[in-house]
Design a binder for this molecule. Structure first.
Ligand SMILES: Nc1nc2c(ncn2[C@@H]2O[C@H](COP(=O)(O)OP(=O)(O)OP(=O)(O)O)[C@@H](O)[C@H]2O)c(=O)[nH]1
Ligand SMILES: [Mg+2]
Length: 400
């Protein structure tokens, strides 16, 4: 499709509702000006706005956006300070949008802006709730990805389809458009973690959705760097576990266990180092336990509880509470392991049972005590909103 054919000078569509395009950015200074120019060209004739949600990029992408916003009021900049996360950036941008239709696309030109018009038309000409730009149907494709990335993407797409069924060929797509009332329906149920916001929306909807697809070929990034990391992959895995277990196993619990496993590694390294330095076993064990607890607290605060991260002086209270919680978990661990050893007679099984029970107890208490104040604050604001919208779904943590 050429650029002209995708333009939207069409009268019928131009009066059908504003399109708000949400573009999350992190260090996209080299791309953002060109992207806004390209998008405004293809959306000519349509009532549109672009909301760039920038997480205080070190390359100061937000300054570029503000400069454009001064010249064109359809361009808006939402700068988030002390926050990171693609999904939460998209949700907050969409909540700030004024359009009846909301589009989401990356800033790095990998998403072909020339199909925006077709996606918009799919929504306004049909009863569709979502229009997904897909890499896995018809003329779509993943471009120049190497075999490893292709295989990973295929596997992740297959797993995602276990969660959302066959509603779309590309639930992992970051390029899509939807009606604003869909967001209002699902906003309390979104996990808002990680990269895969379309998947989150589709999995959270409690009514059958009509999904239309538009194929496109994923382009190669030419400017700036990818933000895909081990953390992004871990977040994807936890999102899948949470959705597949229908919320029974919270994503936070999975991350908490991963952090705990790393904590054991830290413990063993410190113990080994202290023994090598001639420190006695008991002193070494005490030191290793304390350092591992500090490590676990820090990593959980940065990763598992990123959204409710403790900062400033609250950190001190958090460390003390976390160490106290871990002592309760450790006590339960040892007691259960002793009991299991007597009953089962197998030390690996006994050790595993103790670790599992200790982990569950640590998580339950830490989740409700250490990060409780920040989480309660989040819940309270959700409840306040819910009272204003009685038909909205109940926020996370308050479901029956
Ligand atoms: N606001 C915000 N935007 C982000 C964050 N992480 C990534 N982004 C933006 O989200 C979009 C997608 O990120 P990419 O790193 O390009 O991810 P990708 O396209 O799946 O991966 P590549 O093919 O490797 O580029 C880009 O516009 C990023 O700038 C974040 O933490 N906050
Ligand atoms: Mg990209």
């Amino acid at each position: 499709m050429d650029q002209k054919s995708a333009m939207l000078a069409d009268e019928e569509c131009s009066t059908s509702g504003r399109l708000s395009l949400v573009v999350p950015t992190y260090n996209e200074r080299a791309n953002i000006t060109g992207l806004v120019a390209a998008v405004s060209r293809v959306l000519e004739g349509l009532d549109w706005e672009i909301i760039v949600v920038d997480d205080d990029s070190p390359d100061r992408t937000f300054e570029e956006v503000r400069r454009m916003a001064v010249q064109d009021h359809r361009v808006r900049c939402l700068r988030r300070v002390g926050r990171r996360g693609l999904s939460s950036a998209v949700i907050e941008g969409a909540l700030a949008a004024s359009g009846e239709f909301i589009g989401v696309m990356d800033a790095d030109f990998q998403h072909d802006e020339r199909i925006l018009g077709v996606m918009y038309r799919k929504l306004c000409d049909t009863e569709a709730d979502v229009a997904v730009a897909t890499r896995y149907d018809g003329q779509g494709g993943v471009g120049d990805w190497n075999a490893g990335r292709q295989a990973m993407s295929r596997l992740a797409t297959w797993v995602s389809r276990l969660v959302v069924g066959g509603r779309t060929t590309d639930p992992m797509s970051g390029f899509f458009m939807f009606r604003r009332d869909l967001l209002d329906d699902v906003v309390y149920d979104l996990s808002a973690q990680g990269y895969k916001i379309l998947l989150d929306i589709l999995a959270s909807a409690r009514r059958p959705l009509r999904v239309e697809e538009v194929p496109f070929v994923f382009r190669v990034r030419t400017e700036g760097e990818s933000k895909i990391s081990a953390m992004v992959i871990a977040e994807y895995a936890t999102l899948m576990i949470e959705k597949l277990s229908h919320g029974f196993v919270p994503g936070r619990f999975v991350l908490f266990c991963m952090v705990g496993s790393l904590g054991i590694l830290v413990h063993m390294i410190v113990l080994w180092a202290s023994r090598a330095a001639g420190v006695g076993f008991e002193e070494g064990q005490l030191m290793a336990t304390f350092i591992a607890m500090l490590f676990n607290f820090g990593l959980n605060n940065e990763v598992t509880y990123r959204r409710w991260r403790l900062s400033g002086t609250a950190i001190y209270g958090g460390v003390v509470a976390f160490c106290a919680v871990c002592s309760i978990g450790a006590l339960a661990n040892v007691s259960v392991a002793e009991l299991a050893l007597t009953e089962l007679g197998s030390w690996p099984l006994a050790g595993l049972s103790g670790a599992l029970i200790g982990g569950v107890i640590n998580f339950s208490i830490a989740d409700n005590v250490v990060w409780q104040v920040a989480r309660r604050r989040g819940r309270a604001s959700s409840l306040q909103l819910q009272r204003m919208q009685p038909n909205a779904y109940r926020p996370e943590g308050l479901r029956g």
